[in-house]
Design a protein around this ligand. Structure first.
Ligand SMILES: NC(=O)C1=CN([C@@H]2O[C@H](COP(=O)(O)OP(=O)(O)OC[C@H]3O[C@@H](n4cnc5c(N)ncnc54)[C@H](O)[C@@H]3O)[C@@H](O)[C@H]2O)[C@@H](O)CC1
Ligand SMILES: [K+]
Length: 490
């Protein structure tokens, strides 16, 4: 499943039409499904449908017809001048004997619900004048609002603040990225019958979801022993950052690693899980690390200035590696690019800002672009840019001229914004690398499982080790089909 821009969705629509699929069928499905989702949530309220001139308005006209047909009180307010499918939708509505009032006549009615079909993906630029005032009037009415496809006005201001958004055919950027996502309220995705071939577009970012992530779960053979399912070496720790390697070790064990060894400076007190092997070191050197039996390495957590030395020593092991926190330095990344090892780097926006030398606000505003820039700068390394949502990018070394592969995570929640969460993630990804997944697979599944565990454990004051403890349930639920993507109806 992909994440669409307005342009990419228009192209999908055009491909469907070129394949012979009538666009009117899409509008009919869109309107009917929006109407039924509205009723599911706001049954018993009269509905005011506000329709623009374009196809988003056409969806609203279809919705109004079905609402009336099903016997619900509905008032329709629409702009003049529909063309194409939207004009057909208007005719069909009139044929049912409904009246259409001008948008300027709309006044909030107590106990009603507003269906916002003013603007969708065709909006060009911010709303002004009459439409800006109408959107403000809807927001100030205090009435519940169901938005068709997108809250009208997004991605600009002003925009509708919706309680429910019925996304059509595919998720758009605004449905996943803040602050726009907050304007959508609950999001339900309706396929509206769009032919899957029309939606197919591997140049778009992938949305990590249960369907694509489940097949990546490593199988545990019946004759499994701890040396067969992936062993992880965690290398990190510095005087005041002693928890980080322990959390990474816990993340790795809870993702199924067979054995975890924690290497840390001998002058710091690290308390890894009882099940971990401890390796206190006087100096970060390759010879000591070489003795550890491990199929993957996670390096950097809380290692302070030692992070670079630890990462360069780990590089000589020639194993798939996760680089986090104090290992995220340009000289380290360049050395890993040169080595061509499966490598995942997991910066947060502050670390990405340091690596890219751009302000972290710019990264927060356009995380996909930032992850893409890092992937292009360090070809072959998989970039996991942590945030809400976490995004991923990878420029395969063997295809330097193709655009990087991109992905956006759909699991996780704001309660995960606490210390140590990234350390757990490093351990999760390292365990999946050790289990034999490629760097791109391990990073995507790791990010998704970590978010899913955060969703299962979600509560105010959530701690990183609690997310690690929820990982086994997350994996079990994903395996057994018990997971719900956030856009699925309840
Ligand atoms: N896959 C698809 O592409 C489908 C799209 N459908 C609907 O079609 C919508 C897109 O339809 P359209 O492309 O017709 O676009 P919209 O209906 O979103 O908006 C286009 C209208 O808005 C006006 N407009 C644009 N910017 C404006 C501004 N800043 N201020 C005032 N007016 C402005 C345009 O002149 C035009 O009349 C989707 O969001 C969805 O609701 C569905 O009907 C079914 C299938
Ligand atoms: K809308």
């Amino acid at each position: 499943m992909y994440l669409y821009t307005a342009q990419a969705m228009r192209e999908a629509d055009q491909r469907a039409v070129a394949m012979g699929y009538p666009s009117l069928l899409l509008m009919e499905a869109a309107g009917k499904q929006a109407a039924s989702r509205l009723l599911q949530r706001f049954e018993g309220r009269a509905v005011d449908v506000l329709c623009g001139k374009g196809n988003n308005g056409g969806d609203g006209l279809v919705a109004a017809r079905w609402l009336a047909h099903w016997g619900h009180p509905v008032r329709v307010y629409a702009a003049e001048g529909q063309t194409g499918d939207a004009a057909v939708a208007r005719q069909a509505l009139l044929a049912h004997g409904l009246e259409i009032a001008p948008l300027s006549a709309w006044e909030p009615a107590p106990h009603s619900v507003v269906l916002d079909a003013l603007f969708g993906t065709g909006l060009r630029g911010p709303l002004e004048g009459f439409y800006a005032a109408l959107v403000e009037k809807v927001n100030q009415s205090g009435l519940p609002v169901v938005a068709v496809d997108l809250p009208s006005g997004l991605p600009h201001r002003p925009h509708i603040q919706a309680d429910l958004t019925v996304a059509l055919a595919g998720l758009k950027n605004e449905h996943l990225f803040y602050p726009h996502r907050a304007a959508c309220g609950r999001i339900v995705l309706e396929s509206i019958g769009m032919p899957p071939r029309a939606l197919h577009n591997p140049h778009l970012p992938e949305v990590l979801c249960k369907t694509s992530m489940r097949p990546l779960l490593p199988a545990r053979p019946g004759n499994a022993h701890k040396g067969l399912v992936g062993r992880v070496l965690v290398a990190g720790g510095y005087r005041s950052y002693t928890g980080a390697p322990s959390l990474a070790a816990l993340g790795a064990y809870r993702t199924g690693a067979g054995l975890v060894t924690v290497a840390y400076p001998a002058d710091c007190v690290v308390n890894p899980p009882l099940e971990a092997v401890r390796l206190p070191l006087l100096e970060w050197n390759h010879a000591d690390l070489q003795a550890v039996r491990a199929e993957a390495v996670a390096v950097g957590m809380g290692a302070a200035a030692g992070g670079v030395r630890a990462a360069l020593a780990a590089l000589e092991l020639g194993k798939p590696t996760v680089l986090d926190a104090d290992a995220l330095h340009k000289q380290v990344l360049s050395a890993y690019v040169k080595a061509g090892l499966p490598t995942v780097l997991t910066p947060h926006p502050g670390e990405a800002s340091r690596l890219l030398e751009i302000p972290s606000e710019q990264i927060a505003r356009a995380p996909l672009e930032a992850a893409q820039a890092l992937a292009e700068r360090y070809p072959g390394l998989v970039v996991v840019l942590k945030g809400g949502p976490t995004v991923l990018a990878w420029q395969p070394q063997e295809a330097p001229l193709s655009p990087p592969l991109l992905a956006v995570n759909s699991s996780g929640n704001p309660s995960m914004a606490t210390g140590g969460m990234g350390d757990v993630l490093s351990g999760v990804v390292a365990a999946l690398l050790a289990a034999g997944l490629s760097a791109w697979e391990a990073a995507r599944l790791g990010v998704y499982l970590h978010g899913l565990a955060g969703d299962l454990a979600s509560k105010p004051g959530l701690l990183a080790h609690e997310v690690a403890e929820a990982l086994p349930s997350a994996m079990r639920q994903l395996q057994l089909g018990g997971v719900r993507d956030f856009w699925e109806p309840c």
